[in-house]
Design a protein around this ligand. Structure first.
Ligand code: FES
Ligand code: FE2
Length: 355
């Protein structure tokens, strides 16, 4: 059965299906000091992020279970609990009510404020989101380069967050869209060397030629250089890239988190290898590479802001295979799509005849 674009059975359109399952970044770790509380809004929900005096960071639904106050507005952290500003009820990092200040009843043990599984991952605050409230189904990757102190931490000057008008799947799909590169980023098209899937992970090798036909550039002082970039995606919202050491010893994080039905936050952070023990952040060529990557990510935004999602897109034969494979893999992260419909129309993988 042919599907038209009036057919709205896609997770990219239906609001109740918009929020995929997985790990998503909602802040940088150093934005919330001990004893601090921050209000954020993701997955269409108001949330609080607070850090106890013990250093533990907690993400919870913002609304107090007493009478519904948003605790993020004038709420305070006391010890390892958060206190609602309206009647002073306290909640701990498991979401349990621990104090009712004005009652004979010390607390209501049956209450539980929704609390999100949270991991601080190389400076990014990642929470597990699942519409069906299932426990985390995979762990965040260990990035060997970022273990220990051989690489810089992702300091504020090496990171940025953009609010974009796009579903998080658009930046994900961009990673296998080789043919937009020359138009949008002004470079060579590059080559998708491999794209493999392993449960919730997609692993990609991307071949890019730098400094093509130039005797030397700041990045390629010895002339043209072919680089193989390794990308690893955990679900829809969590991607990291490793640049080859011969080009630049660098790791890039790009995490995309749905805010509501229209917007997402696109988090970018980059780290490079420490050249010595005294430097505190990337300099020289490394700094330039970070600035370049920051610029490159922004170049895509106008496409997502000015497109509509075609449920039955028309792929050229050269791109159909990878696009279809990535979309089929991504389908698993939308738990509410149980209507038996394909996520997208199946795509022709062989060259079509021209009539
Ligand atoms: S609404 Fe939070 S203590 Fe009353
Ligand atoms: Fe792009």
């Amino acid at each position: 059965v042919a599907r038209s674009d009036k057919d709205q059975r896609s997770s990219l359109v239906l609001s109740e299906n918009r929020y995929p399952t997985g790990w998503f970044q909602i802040a940088w770790s150093d934005e919330i000091a001990r004893g601090a509380i921050k209000s954020v809004r993701y997955f269409g929900e108001d949330l609080i992020l607070w850090r106890g005096e013990d250093g533990v960071l907690t993400c919870q639904d913002a609304y107090c279970l007493h009478l519904g106050m948003n605790i993020g507005v004038r709420g305070t952290v006391e010890g390892n609990e958060v206190k609602c500003p309206w009647h002073g009820w306290k909640w701990n990092s498991e979401g349990r009510n621990t104090e009712i200040p004005f009652s004979e009843l010390p607390c209501k043990t049956n209450l539980k404020l929704k609390t999100y599984p949270l991991v601080e991952w190389y400076g990014a605050v990642m929470v597990w989101h699942d519409l069906l409230d299932r426990e985390p189904m995979w762990e965040l990757d260990v990035i060997p380069d970022l273990e220990g102190d051989g690489y810089f931490p992702i300091v504020p000057s090496c990171r940025i967050v953009h609010r974009i008008k796009a579903h998080p799947q658009m930046p994900l799909e961009n990673s296998c869209d080789i043919f937009h590169v020359s138009f949008v980023h002004g470079g060579q098209p590059g080559e998708l060397i491999s794209l493999e899937f392993d449960g919730p992970h997609a692993i990609e090798q991307l071949g890019i030629d730098y400094g093509v036909k130039r005797e030397k550039t700041w990045l390629t002082p010895d002339g043209e250089q072919q680089a193989v970039i390794h990308a690893r995606m955990g679900g829809i919202g969590n991607t990291w890239l490793k640049f080859p050491d011969e080009l630049i010893a660098g790791v890039q994080l790009t995490n995309v988190t749905p805010v509501d039905d229209t917007y997402s936050d696109y988090w970018f952070g980059m780290s490079t290898r420490r050249p010595d023990e005294v430097s505190e952040e990337p300099a020289g060529r490394d700094r330039k590479m970070i600035d370049l990557q920051m610029k490159i990510i922004e170049q895509d935004f106008f496409t997502w802001e000015n497109m509509k999602v075609l449920h039955a897109p028309n792929f050229a034969p050269e791109e159909a295979k990878n696009y279809s494979a990535l979309r089929r893999w991504a389908r698993q992260f939308y738990p509410n799509l149980d209507d038996g419909q394909p996520f997208y129309a199946e795509v022709e993988e062989k060259p079509a005849e021209i009539d």
